[in-house]
Write a protein of this length. Structure first.
Length: 428
């Protein structure tokens, strides 16, 4: 970890001498020496006397497989930072997350292209959606000393200093799902069905580790995005009849796989990783099969959970057309960046991107307002010490706001508890 600097003291002395923030810089410039930070107020500022910190967003907003989640994630993050601004901002700055929003189409090349378009205008990334897409810009983020909150949960993020991950990773999810089923139903076989790459691959790796630990038969099946591309996966499920199918797909693929496998007589248990679910699936022909055969893994409680953080989210969002746990994820993901900005602006760090990265590395706890335990925000140890290993499991519940209700709260199964993380579970 880099040593802390004393530059903030010099800034403070300059402010005392000039009587204003900015120390005599030209209008619109800031004493903070980093891109995306100005003394000028944000557009449509909540606090007209505050400067502005611009954060970028790169999400799946239109035609990619995770657009049903990317849109509410982005909306929730806008609501989160508006609440911060309404509380006075951070260190004399409002936070803007709406000026620099880009659609990645869930395409790594597009993600890298739009990152280059906004990199010089933002301090950090409020969101970078997707594992393979974010991986495409990690070298650029390292070069630019850029930090970002991911909209994904691959175990690789624990080994990347620039990524402010929250909650259990896909690998841990896979382990905990298998251990839960072993405890509840004494299963003998597991199949992981998922997209190629770090999302499906990381969850499958965790399921395979847990299957081996429990003496279970394991099969991995890759499937491409798109409802028309699921015939091979459905055929494998129906033919092999595993006791547990772990899904690492998008919501559309989840509905097709579960619905058509059930229609062909499959009666095993499905458990989906976090991004597989959307309550709109309850309006599809697959709804009866989902209610009978599907459980949802998660990183924190769903939309309707009673914690101060969940309540703050619901209050900030107001009425939404369809409660969706994309909102929940977008809100929860924002806490680490808020904590990092507070630490950076208040602490003895260089006021540039390198100083912000140093502030991130000093965080021992994060106040998630009850959505996650504070220790889930520890950034000071090695990954094997800091990886959060507890996940939740929910059942389908059409009466619940986002269509699922918790049946097993934060739990780390024996496989995740005992596993040593020496690197990412999946290395494609």
């Amino acid at each position: 970890m880099k040593s802390r600097k004393t530059g903030v003291l010099l800034v403070a002395l300059a402010l005392l001498a000039t009587g204003c923030r900015g120390g005599g810089e030209a209008e619109g410039e800031s004493a903070v020496n980093a891109p995306g930070v100005t003394d000028e107020a944000c557009p449509e500022a909540v606090n007209a006397d505050n400067g502005c910190i611009y954060l970028g967003t790169i999400s799946d907003l239109t035609q990619g497989p995770f657009a049903p989640l990317g849109v509410p994630i982005t909306e929730a993050q806008a609501a989160f930072w508006n609440r911060v601004n309404e509380d006075g901002g951070i260190g004399g700055y409002d936070i803007d997350v709406t000026t620099y929003v880009k659609d990645n189409l869930y395409n790594p090349q597009t993600h890298q292209q739009v990152y280059g378009e906004i990199e010089g205008d933002v301090l950090a990334l409020a969101q970078t959606l997707g594992s393979p897409t974010t991986l495409a810009i990690i070298p650029d983020m390292d070069r630019d000393e850029m930090i970002g909150a991911p909209a994904s949960w691959t175990s690789l993020w624990a080994f990347e200093d620039a990524i402010l991950e929250s909650g259990a990773n896909y690998c841990v999810e896979g382990m905990n799902a298998v251990d839960y089923m072993v405890a509840e139903k004494d299963i003998s076989s597991v199949m992981a069905v998922g997209f190629p790459g770090d999302y499906g691959g990381d969850g499958a790796a965790g399921a395979e580790i847990a299957a081996e630990a429990n003496g279970l038969e394991f099969t991995g099946v890759e499937t491409a995005p798109g409802q028309e591309a699921q015939a091979g996966a459905i055929s494998a499920i129906v033919k092999q009849k595993p006791d547990l199918v772990l899904l690492g797909t998008g919501p559309t693929e989840t509905a097709v796989i579960v619905g058509q496998a059930a229609a062909q007589g499959f009666q095993g248990q499905f458990i989906g990783l976090g991004p597989t679910w959307n309550p709109a699936l309850l309006e599809t022909p697959s709804a009866p099969a989902l209610e009978a055969l599907y459980m949802q893994s998660g990183y924190w409680g769903p939309f309707g959970t009673e914690t101060p953080g969940h309540q703050a989210m619901r209050d900030a969002l107001g009425e939404v057309a369809q409660p969706n746990d994309g909102y929940t994820a977008g809100w929860a993901w924002s806490y680490p960046l808020k904590a990092a900005l507070e630490e950076w602006l208040d602490g003895d760090y260089d006021k540039d991107r390198a100083g912000l990265l140093e502030a991130v590395q000093s965080l021992e706890t994060i106040d998630y307002e009850g959505m996650l335990p504070e220790e889930a925000g520890n950034r000071t140890g090695d990954p094997d010490e800091t990886i959060f290993r507890e996940s939740v499991l929910s059942k389908v519940d059409p009466s619940a706001p986002s269509g699922v209700t918790i049946v097993s709260d934060f739990t780390a199964g024996p496989t995740a508890s005992e596993h040593t993380f020496e690197g990412a579970c999946f290395e494609g």
